[in-house]
Design a protein. Structure first.
Length: 57
């Protein structure tokens, strides 16, 4: 058998754990981007409303 006993090879292989870690980091960054976009969107909507009200007076 080439490479040793399968469970031992699996225990040494960290690529799955690394992929999960990168996935978690990506999820956290995506969540932060969504929060910032929603926050900015609400703020911009409010600002555009103020401009429209000022122009219609």
């Amino acid at each position: 058998m080439h490479g040793g006993f399968a469970p031992c090879r699996f225990a040494r292989d960290r690529s799955g754990a690394t992929a999960i870690e990168y996935g978690l980091i990506c999820a956290l960054i995506s969540g932060a981007i969504v929060l910032v976009a929603v926050s900015l969107g609400d703020n911009l909507d409010f600002r555009y409303g103020e401009v429209v009200n000022a122009l219609t007076q």
